[in-house]
Design a protein around this ligand. Sequence first.
Ligand SMILES: N[C@@H](CCC(=O)N[C@@H](CS)C(=O)NCC(=O)O)C(=O)O
Length: 205
Amino acid sequence: MYKLYDLSLSGHCHRARLFLDLMGLPYECVPVDLMSGEHKDEDYVKRNPFAKVPLLEDDDTLIRESNAILVYLALKHRARDWYPVEDAKTAAEIQQWLNVAANEVLQGPAKAYVARVFGGSDEVYKEGVENSHKLYAVMDPLLEDRDWLVSNRPTLADVALYSYISRAPLSGVDISAYGNIQRWLENVEGLTGFVAMPDPALDAA
Ligand SMILES: N[C@@H](CCC(=O)N[C@@H](CS)C(=O)NCC(=O)O)C(=O)O
């Protein structure tokens, strides 16, 4: 069975859990206590020299980086609908969004969420909010008349973008002006197997 080294309130970890759940794949969550520095312990660093979660363990295969975990699972389970690798254009479009998840989402929605939930300076929070609006202003028109980011069905792109963006309201980022993004979030939430990110007020793990 897969082992996912995990922090429940992390959007990067939720990204991996969400896809495992959407795929209906059994896995064991191994909580890593970042507050006590468990991710810097010798044992953990041997598994992931970058000392970050999530990390997926599949017998003796270790996959770090949340987007790489999505790609690994999709390819291993031949989930061509989630990641149609034979179709160069669609696969490249998905890759574009994975890069947006690793860049614009990190600098915007993720930064605002982490500053709000885990504590960050006002300056960092403000930067996260500003960058979120920059991203949403580009993303919202791209979702006009579309249910999904790429093609006409959910793909890895939707999974990679969902977690931190879904936490915008909780992070104090007003998304009421972005109707297409709100509709798209609901589409992801309607998928069979969907699991929401935990509420920080209820789950302090
Ligand atoms: N690019 C990585 C980012 C993962 C990441 O930043 N994880 C955070 C938790 S959300 C972490 O482990 N931080 C520990 C640290 O930076 O010391 C991914 O996509 O998996």
